[in-house]
Design a binder for this molecule. Sequence first.
Ligand code: AHR
Length: 340
Amino acid sequence: MKKAFAILLAMAMVFMVAAACGDGGGGGNDGPLRVGFSQIGSESDWRVGNTVSVSEAIEGAGWELIFNDANQQQENQIRALRDFITQGVDYIVFGPIVETGWDAVLTEVKDAGIPLIMIDRTIAMANQEDFYVSWITNNFEEEGVAAAEWLIAYLEHNGRIGDNINIVELQGTVGSGPQIYRMQGFHETVNAFPNLRISQSETGNFETELGKTVMEAFLTKAAADGEPIDVVFAHNDGMALGAIQAIREAGLNPGVDIIIIGIDAVKLAFEAIIAGDMNATVECSPLLGPLVVEVIQQLEAGQTPPKTIINPRSTFDESLNEVFPDRFTSASSDVNNRVY
Ligand code: AHR
């Protein structure tokens, strides 16, 4: 009798475990999949576009979205990831604000058995590929290279490639993948020309207001040194737009007296390029939501998604595209397609 009871108990337990694990959606109940999304903040139009893209795609797939905005604080992201573990979500979508400092919490996510989908920025930790199922991103280093290549082509085309060119740089959030690799790609490319000199480089944290403030300081120092600025390279369009305001307030003509290059390809940058206030922007698409959904669908179907998915990119301007249509794209021809 005791033996029969033990067998029945064991069977009941097996059934309960199977019911909890085997429904292929909803993490142990019959409801929709539950997806935790840890977002960095809302520092730029890019970021807002990214939040909308990922959120709408997850909800559009009929899944439950558990969203956390970390307000640009790494500790808030760490707390959000731990909270997702406690809530027992089925998947975590995570865009890390900076590269380092994730070892403990990503180990906890892994130990909890929750598949992690990385979006946007890079992490730097040992054996990092073991901690995520897929990473959906843009190539930040190539974006920096593309910005520098546009500048070199522009200077060549305008007969200025042999001139001394004074460049200032507005960096993104210090320690973030786009700040590190855009800087690296841009510097390595312009360094091939000794007369192209980066005289000032500070962070504007990817924010328009801070970009403006830092640009004001750049202009003040350049005036004091008697070295007029020729070029602004901003790690995103938001800071480029802030720089435009500072340049105009200093009585200069943005886009004419000072060449301005950004990254992201947001609609406001396209409008500034068309108005002649800005010169070029390198695309970095935030529209990663449909790819996130595709990855989750593949995992749900028992397939292995690609480990790395990198978005294609273009460089947009309103001058060189006519001369090099295979290298650059007209901003005015694409402005109406911009959704961020
Ligand atoms: O990580 C992508 C970067 O973050 C975008 O270029 C910038 O606008 C955003 O804040």
